[in-house]
Design a protein around this ligand. Structure first.
Ligand SMILES: [Fe+2]
Length: 379
């Protein structure tokens, strides 16, 4: 087999140079611009097990009661994750910081926002709770407190020898065997059966900018990597990803660690403690992060990453075809568990989607073709 046919980088087009059949992702006027992905919220049936996984993953416990677990990273955010004890484990939603002049009254009138109790947010904040079109809770908060960052070792990135650039002389590489210190929450990826409604809602309520848009064969946008609009301040390539699919669900979240050595040592610690590895280490294509994916006790995916792209607001959106090969530049094969399993339950879900008109047969076949085409057949 010749690998030349498949060893290629998928095409990318700036929005101003789109091929004729590709539709532009329409952007609504934003109500305000979110400034930070603050924390994620989960329900967990077994808080002890959840705490054990997240501790090995590199998060630090802020407080723990019978019913609630709050965790932070090493950064200045008072919390990056909250987990509540519940019968059914699930992803509950995300909290974002918004500017102090955000029109919360308008959000109550037009978007069904409910005020948050004063003590709802670790570190203190005021804000509202909304439901996105798929029913995920979204908290918009302002006047959030800060905490002192925790000490971190120096990044090894600064001391890497490259061909022709010898910066590390008479010095060895030794990294402590410890969980990868998570500095901050990077992004959350949500799957939906109604891409356009979800993408529109998130752009409108968070002021998100599309960084990379992936489209199906018919040219319709189907998955988008969104970043925060921080003006001239560099923002992560993506903070929210909305992905079309066969069910509405949490896909994964990603957490930034110190550097590549933290990624590697973190993997070693998680493996040694018996956690379920999912995918990595590799480098993503869209966003460029070095990644390593794990599953918690409930099968939810959590990504360690480092060395991601940063864009200012003026960088033009780029478009490319929806393919699995665009998921990663190099590394192990993408696990089949990232795609819908062809089970009776999934088939029944597809039948219901077809009946309700939320997906057409043509669309389904386009999605199927992508999923069934191995990106790197030699893996
Ligand atoms: Fe990710």
């Amino acid at each position: 087999m010749s690998h030349n046919k498949v060893l290629r980088t998928p095409p990318e087009y700036p929005e101003s140079e789109l091929p004729a059949h590709v539709c532009k992702l329409q952007r609504p006027v934003a109500l305000h611009k979110a400034t930070q992905l603050a924390f994620l919220r989960f329900d967990k049936a077994n808080l002890d097990e959840a705490q054990r996984f997240w501790t090995d993953f590199g998060l630090i416990t802020v407080s723990r009661t019978q019913d609630m677990l709050v965790m932070r990273g090493t950064g200045s955010a008072p919390a990056v994750l909250m987990a509540r004890k519940a019968k059914v484990p699930r992803y509950v939603g995300a909290a974002f910081t918004v500017p102090p002049d955000t029109d919360f009254d308008r959000l109550r009138r037009e978007s069904g926002a409910q005020p948050l109790a004063a003590n709802a947010v670790p570190g203190g904040a005021r804000g509202v709770s909304l439901l996105d079109p798929d029913g995920n809770e979204v908290w918009l908060i302002t006047d959030w407190g800060v905490v002192d960052p925790l000490p971190l070792r120096q990044p090894k990135h600064h001391h890497m020898n490259a061909l022709g650039q010898s910066v590390r002389v008479n010095a060895t590489v030794r990294t402590d065997i410890e969980p990868a210190a998570v500095g901050r929450l990077g992004h959350v990826v949500l799957q939906t059966t109604d891409f356009h409604t979800m993408a529109d809602w998130y752009m409108r309520h968070l002021g998100l900018i599309p960084s990379d848009v992936q489209y199906l064969d018919d040219g319709a946008p189907f998955l988008t990597f969104f970043r925060l609009d921080l003006g001239d301040t560099p923002a992560d390539h993506h903070t929210v990803v909305i992905a079309g699919g066969l069910e509405a669900c949490y896909e994964h979240s990603a957490w930034e660690v110190t550097d590549m050595d933290a990624l590697g040592q973190g993997q070693q610690v998680l493996r040694a403690n018996g956690h379920e590895h999912m995918w990595g280490i590799g480098r993503h294509l869209l966003g460029s992060q070095l990644f390593d994916y794990w599953r918690d006790g409930d099968g939810l995916a959590f990504e360690h990453y480092t060395d991601g792209d940063l864009f200012t607001a003026d960088r033009e959106p780029h478009y490319g075809p929806f393919t699995t090969s665009a998921l990663w530049a190099w590394g192990h094969d993408v696990p089949s568990s990232m795609f819908p399993a062809k089970t009776p339950a999934m088939l029944w879900r597809v039948v219901k989607l077809l009946r309700s008109g939320r997906v057409t047969l043509k669309r389904l076949m386009q999605m199927g073709k992508v999923v069934d085409t191995p990106a790197r057949p030699w893996l």
